[in-house]
Design a binder for this molecule. Structure first.
Ligand code: FAD
Length: 432
């Protein structure tokens, strides 16, 4: 089957516009230490321009104000936006709001709870509300079937108790989407649900933003922080349920599939930026009487990085293309592969670029050190690499059956060949 990753000329024009816009209008903000509120004001005119161009919140279908682009075109778009952390924000598709909007949209479709549209979905799309996704617990991460947060129905309300952490943007969100056990008597895949919890509901205790490698200084209430949250007898209306009871894992799968493609393409945007820095430095810096570009180790880094980025890009576009044609579940293995492969490429290219820059690369005079710290997390969030490898290996190994003797065992094959071609062998022997 032929693979076709081409897009229409009109979309190519949009991509060209995005490339220029991101570089000229958004990159400069990276160098200014503006507060979050100042940034909100500063990017507003840029967001208006994106809306005028019809590129706002493109991950959503047209009926929700998005472009209905499909994963392949979205992927190409995210490759450009992902070069800078502000890109997705200016284009109305920053995580976790973009994924949460998709969750709410699917939930409305599944349950018919139209009220969610005006209450949360539309404000999220308009950028007047912020959200967070509260699933991981200190005791349940890579294996979310271990989730212990509960939501118990009491009349027209849910009563939620639990302890979450790494809820990104949790301390600045207006509402939290909480994954909780609603039926402990069945397998967690059928017993968990997602419920919207307003961040100011009594009993929501946002303990702290966990300091991380990405941001080692402890802040509270910072955009991009990862909140630790305790839910103590939090009461919310029953209708805050997203989708239907027991659909938590199903919804999570819907949310994470496309999200991983966008992540990988954003990582490629970051990788390319680091690669450009690597090459620029290689041709500019002379040590020991020759440029770095003339040293074989550096040439190896250039060659390896380009090959890895090209492979990751093709794998990701293929996953997006397959998802557009056959749906998220058919592309499960491809999506798992790009998650760990893409995260590894990102990490390697940034690491080599830092090395080529020496002390300058280690310094904050270049963006590489912060890119490197953020890149490290890519191997952990959205499921650690190892778990995705398990998915790929399990699925692949199912295609094989155990045998007594290896299929390629030469003596066995020789015996079979001798039997099959006995007449030829006899004729050959008779002629000699
Ligand atoms: C920057 C960042 C942002 C995040 N944002 C969010 C968010 O917004 N909302 C949210 O709910 N969560 C979020 N998370 C949490 C993230 O989803 C979890 O960290 C992830 O699922 C792994 O869980 P864990 O950290 O508890 O690791 P653990 O479950 O303790 O796993 C630790 C390690 O064990 C190994 N491992 C685990 N299972 C297997 C296996 N089956 N086979 C082989 N090895 C295995 C892996 O190496 C893994 O890294 C975020 C995390 C980070 C780092």
């Amino acid at each position: 089957m032929a693979w076709d990753f081409s897009t229409e000329p009109e979309f190519e024009e949009k991509l060209a516009w995005m490339r220029e816009f991101v570089r000229e209008e958004i990159f400069p903000f990276e160098t200014l230490s503006l507060s979050h509120d100042a940034m909100v004001d500063a990017v507003k005119p840029l967001q208006d321009e994106v809306k005028r161009q019809g590129l706002w919140a493109s991950h959503l279908p047209p009926e929700l104000g998005g472009g209905g682009f499909g994963q392949l075109r979205l992927g190409l778009m995210h490759e450009i936006l992902g070069q800078t952390v502000y890109g997705p924000w200016v284009f109305g598709n920053n995580a976790p709001d973009s994924g949460n909007a998709e969750l709410l949209a699917v939930g409305i479709e599944n349950s018919g709870r139209e009220g969610h549209r005006k209450q949360w979905l539309e404000p999220l799309l308009a950028g007047t509300m912020r959200s967070a996704f509260s699933m991981t617990e200190p005791g349940a991460g890579a294996d979310p079937t271990m989730i212990s947060t509960t939501a118990v129905r009491d009349g027209d309300e849910w009563v939620i108790d639990g302890h979450k952490w790494f809820t990104s943007n949790g301390s600045v969100a207006d509402f939290l989407i909480v994954m909780a056990v609603t039926n402990p008597d069945v397998h967690p895949y059928a017993g968990c649900s997602m419920i919207v919890v307003p961040a100011d509901a009594p009993g929501v205790d946002i303990v702290r933003d966990v300091p991380t490698m990405e941001d080692p200084v402890e802040h509270y209430g910072k955009f991009g922080g990862h909140a630790e949250i305790i839910y103590r007898e939090v009461r919310v209306p029953y209708d805050n349920l997203i989708g239907n009871e027991g659909e938590g894992f199903l919804l999570a799968q819907n949310r994470l599939g496309p999200g991983r493609i966008h992540h990988c393409m954003r990582w490629l945007g970051q990788s390319k930026r680091a690669f450009d820095m690597l090459c620029e430095r290689a041709v500019s810096r002379t040590t020991h009487k020759s440029t770095l570009a003339e040293k074989q180790t550096v040439q190896n880094w250039v060659a390896d990085s380009l090959a890895e980025m090209t492979a990751a890009r093709l794998m990701t576009l293929y996953a997006a293309w397959k998802m557009d044609r056959e749906g998220a579940s058919a592309a499960r293995v491809e999506i798992a592969m790009i998650k760990y492969y893409g995260a590894g490429v990102l990490y390697n290219v940034i690491d080599r670029s830092i090395q080529v820059h020496g002390s300058l690369g280690f310094s904050t005079d270049l963006p590489l050190e912060s890119m490197y710290r953020a890149a490290r997390a890519a191997r952990i969030y959205d499921g650690p690499d190892e778990v995705h490898k398990v998915t790929v290996a399990r699925h692949t190994l199912k295609l094989y059956t155990p045998v007594e003797v290896p299929t390629e065992h030469v003596p066995t094959r020789r015996l079979a060949a001798k039997e099959r071609f006995a007449h030829l062998l006899e004729a050959a022997t008779a002629n000699t």
